[in-house]
Design a binder for this molecule. Structure first.
Ligand SMILES: Cc1cc2nc3c(=O)[nH]c(=O)nc-3n(C[C@H](O)[C@H](O)[C@H](O)COP(=O)(O)OP(=O)(O)OC[C@H]3O[C@@H](n4cnc5c(N)ncnc54)[C@H](O)[C@@H]3O)c2cc1C
Length: 366
């Protein structure tokens, strides 16, 4: 018989922004007995290697943009509760360089307006008046007031500090090796100990597939690498978060949005960095004079259809999953909704579209 060391009400596997947002919101509602387990340290996954835009506009369908907007709206409140996450609602600009894109932009704006999301289509003069450092080759841009960015390091750190104050326990450098299901509990085997818990939340990001497999659950998440280039701190250059780059509070400009399906390989490559530099100069010509101080890459957790996988796993009582790209944008909302689902049995905003059941694959085998 398995020797269990410690029992918890809820175990969250994954100490990135998603696992920690859930831990924070659950413990805020006085839920006791929560343990967050991570095989490394909290920012070792994707949450520590991200652009960290809080980004709403350009997302399709418009209902997904609406979902993201609700999360963006929660950031000021989250900041007030946990501390300053350097959330800046800069507004977001998505520049384009061809007349064809102008048509697309008008169509997008129309679809969004039906859901009450305001995006403006700006002409060249309007774009350059807002963001004078952009190239004069720009044809126009879509603009949304609700976009912005945050400091992901502060966000995760402050979520952890607040969660700990609310009684959440943490175990780092402790890989989950296997998970067993008994009639009404889970036995979580880790490198350090074996735990028992009533509720289990899989928040393993890019590793979600592996975690699901321990329970015979298929979580269709693939890995997509992204490489980012960082400049030296520059004098204020960008007024807005631009799709492709943002200027952090310390003046560094973070540039890039590559998408490469190379598994868990986090190496940087010269070709992608070169393309990223070319894109930067095309958008903002003065960046040609900036020094690059570092490059980093991260692995996106990309669900098969690109949309979040959140909620209860049907067929397995008390098992929940939360895996997604755009986890920085969505973290406050996911923490809130997962808490409602777990404690109240329903959510204030529907999440059915994001259920794992949409993949029509056998999910629960128990
Ligand atoms: C280059 C790049 C740019 C991005 N830009 C943006 C952006 O601008 N805006 C935005 O919203 N999103 C962006 N994202 C995505 C966003 O960063 C992620 O969606 C988010 O960080 C995911 O958080 P997470 O908590 O789900 O995953 P993670 O931060 O990866 O956390 C998962 C944790 O699970 C742990 N874990 C996994 N398996 C086990 C196991 N067996 N045992 C114990 N622990 C385990 C891992 O160690 C990890 O710490 C970007 C991503 C990349 C790579």
């Amino acid at each position: 018989m398995t020797k269990v060391n410690t029992s918890y009400e809820t175990i969250i596997v994954g100490g990135g922004v998603i696992g920690n947002s859930i831990a924070f919101h659950l413990s805020e509602r006085d839920q006791e007995g929560i343990l967050v387990i991570d095989k490394n340290f909290p920012l070792s996954g994707t949450s520590g290697s991200t652009q960290a835009w809080v980004w709403v506009h350009n997302k399709t369908p418009a209902s997904y943009a609406e979902f993201s907007m609700y999360s963006a709206e929660l950031y000021p409140y989250l900041s007030r509760k946990i501390g300053d996450v350097e959330y800046k609602r800069t507004g977001g600009l998505s520049p384009f360089f061809t007349e064809k894109d102008l048509e697309k932009a008008h169509k997008l704006a129309q679809k969004y307006s039906e859901l009450g999301i305001k995006i403006k289509v700006l002409n060249k003069e309007e774009v350059l008046a807002k963001e004078p450092s952009l190239s004069p080759d720009v044809v126009g841009a879509t603009f949304s007031k609700v976009d912005g960015n945050i400091n992901p390091f502060r966000l995760v750190d402050l979520l952890i500090r607040a969660s700990k104050k609310q009684g959440v326990a943490y175990s780092y450098y402790n890989r989950v090796l296997d998970i067993e299901r008994t009639e009404n509990a889970f036995i979580v085997h880790t490198q350090k100990e074996t735990y028992l818990c009533k509720k289990l939340i899989l928040a393993g990001g890019a590793w979600s597939k592996e975690l699901g497999s321990y329970l015979g659950i298929h979580v269709p998440v693939k890995q997509v690498r992204g490489q980012i280039m960082v400049t030296e701190p520059l004098a204020p250059l960008l007024n807005y978060t631009i799709s492709g780059m943002r200027q952090a509070i310390n003046g560094e400009v973070l540039i890039g949005y590559s998408m490469e399906e190379v598994g868990f390989d986090r190496r940087g490559t010269l070709d992608v960095i070169q393309e990223t530099a070319n894109m930067a100069i095309r958008y903002v010509p003065s960046l040609a004079n900036a020094n690059v101080v570092r490059c980093f890459s991260g692995i996106r957790a990309m669900p098969k259809d690109g949309y979040p996988i959140i909620g209860h796993v049907p067929g397995v009582q008390n098992l929940y999953v939360a895996a997604m790209h755009s986890g920085i944008t969505l973290a406050p909302l996911i923490g809130t909704l997962m808490t409602e689902l777990i404690l109240d049995g329903e959510t204030s905003i529907p999440i059915d579209d994001y259920s794992i059941t949409r993949f029509q694959e056998p999910v629960g085998q128990l």
